[in-house]
Design a protein around this ligand. Sequence first.
Ligand SMILES: Cc1cc2nc3c(=O)[nH]c(=O)nc-3n(C[C@H](O)[C@H](O)[C@H](O)COP(=O)(O)OP(=O)(O)OC[C@H]3O[C@@H](n4cnc5c(N)ncnc54)[C@H](O)[C@@H]3O)c2cc1C
Length: 503
Amino acid sequence: MSDKQTKTDVILIGAGIMSATLGSLLKELAPQWEIKVFEKLSDAGEESSNEWNNAGTGHSALCELNYTPEKSDGSIDIRKAVKINEQFQLSKQFWSYLVNSQMIHDPQDFIRQIPHMSFVEGEKNVAFLKKRFEALANNPLFQGMEFSDDPEKLKEWVPLIMEGRTLNEPIAATKIDSGTDVNFGALTRILFDHLKRRGVEINYKHYVKDIKRNSDGLWEVKMHNMDSGTIEHHTAKFIFIGAGGGSLPLLQKTGIPESKHIGGFPVSGLFMVCKNPEVVEQHHAKVYGKAKVGAPPMSVPHLDTRFINNEKTLLFGPFAGFSPKFLKTGSNMDLIGSVKPNNVITMLAAGVKEMKLTKYLIQQVMLSNEQRMEELREFIPSAKSEDWNIVTAGQRVQVIKDTEAGKGTLQFGTEVVNAADGSIAALLGASPGASTAVHVMLEVLEKCFPQHVKEWEPKIKEMIPSYGVSLVENPDLFQDIHATTDNTLGLVDHRKTDMLQEA
Ligand SMILES: Cc1cc2nc3c(=O)[nH]c(=O)nc-3n(C[C@H](O)[C@H](O)[C@H](O)COP(=O)(O)OP(=O)(O)OC[C@H]3O[C@@H](n4cnc5c(N)ncnc54)[C@H](O)[C@@H]3O)c2cc1C
């Protein structure tokens, strides 16, 4: 068994959207640095970032009701929505920079404009949606949002959802045309192709088994070359663990103090995909509903027009479920293997606290296909079972940690965990996820390379003009950026332009 050894500046573990984004940023900021990527699968973007494994929503809080909770005084808290919208604007700016620099040739290969809508039933939910609309409508980031509780208007907006619907209860929706569908799998592959052309060494079928720190301060990664069956050791000054669900076990192997008292809880997902082109054609929006009681925020049901391989398709879901695997291609031992002496109390505390979630997930796993169809019929009353198939989505590993709210608190966001000296960082969690990859990877740069950020700032601002500036407080800058990025990324309503062309 040969034992290959190499030394490099940067190692990126995992070829998902996060490593793709960090690699692309670093190639612009420090082009002389040598970067190597190690990925256990045979291609990039095959796990959570793959187009069939996530919902492809460009999350900017235009339609996701869980980002605008109702406060105890009945008012709507829009802080999270504003934050996520601002973060998505950073992604759009960086992608526009890559298009303008011809590193991405055709933005339509990964991003399309699609209306984002929220749809609710029942008096209480309609009142909530109206208040949410009023809280957002005058905010510059949410300009263009419309509200309607008129069934005739809703028939215009979502004919498929209104067809055959009995109107026993009030209904309402909001709609904003500037939403997006993002093919994160395609984007990941585009970015890795570009990195390869820029001299980044991308090693597929390399499974990282261990990470340790050597006495010279470098990090050493031990991996299994799955093609040759050999073990390799590669060292680097900086390591990013962008292994998605596989990040927590690798972070634990580093032994850094920051890796302790953290656990992970895997939530699996299923989508229903429509195979009848006539039904697909009748819908043109991403429509988010309200989460059921006890449901985790990431399993809010939604009916989505998607563009995958240049084809329009329709997905409904996700249905949550439980699987002990941390990756779709993971092992049934992942969850149990992540329980360590330093996090066992944290994990047990979460187990006790999250009984409602566990019950919900078990119920979801037990659903029959016909019961799933019943849930779909809450969106499309006329849905026929023969028009829909089930596809297995990606795994999300939610972070469990001790917070001010107590031991073993389940987190629904993304978290950068890094060594105090910035020599290694991992990304945990998966929400809002890929949409905010640029913001999260800028956070990695700020935390791990504070000594370079000042010198990099002019280049970062060239790529991302609103870097460090609040867009909500600078509406003119937002207008400017919104218009230029939409223009560069070709974000127009294709249905309207197609109709104009036909006329
Ligand atoms: C059901 C679902 C719906 C979602 N919907 C959305 C959405 O609508 N919008 C949105 O923005 N985000 C969404 N997300 C979240 C988004 O998909 C993730 O945040 C994002 O794809 C994570 O990217 P990543 O690069 O961290 O991980 P991944 O894409 O999972 O990549 C990690 C890579 O690391 C590799 N790897 C793992 N372990 C090892 C190892 N030991 N050695 C070598 N390689 C390894 C894996 O094979 C994989 O290729 C969704 C996720 C799920 C599961």
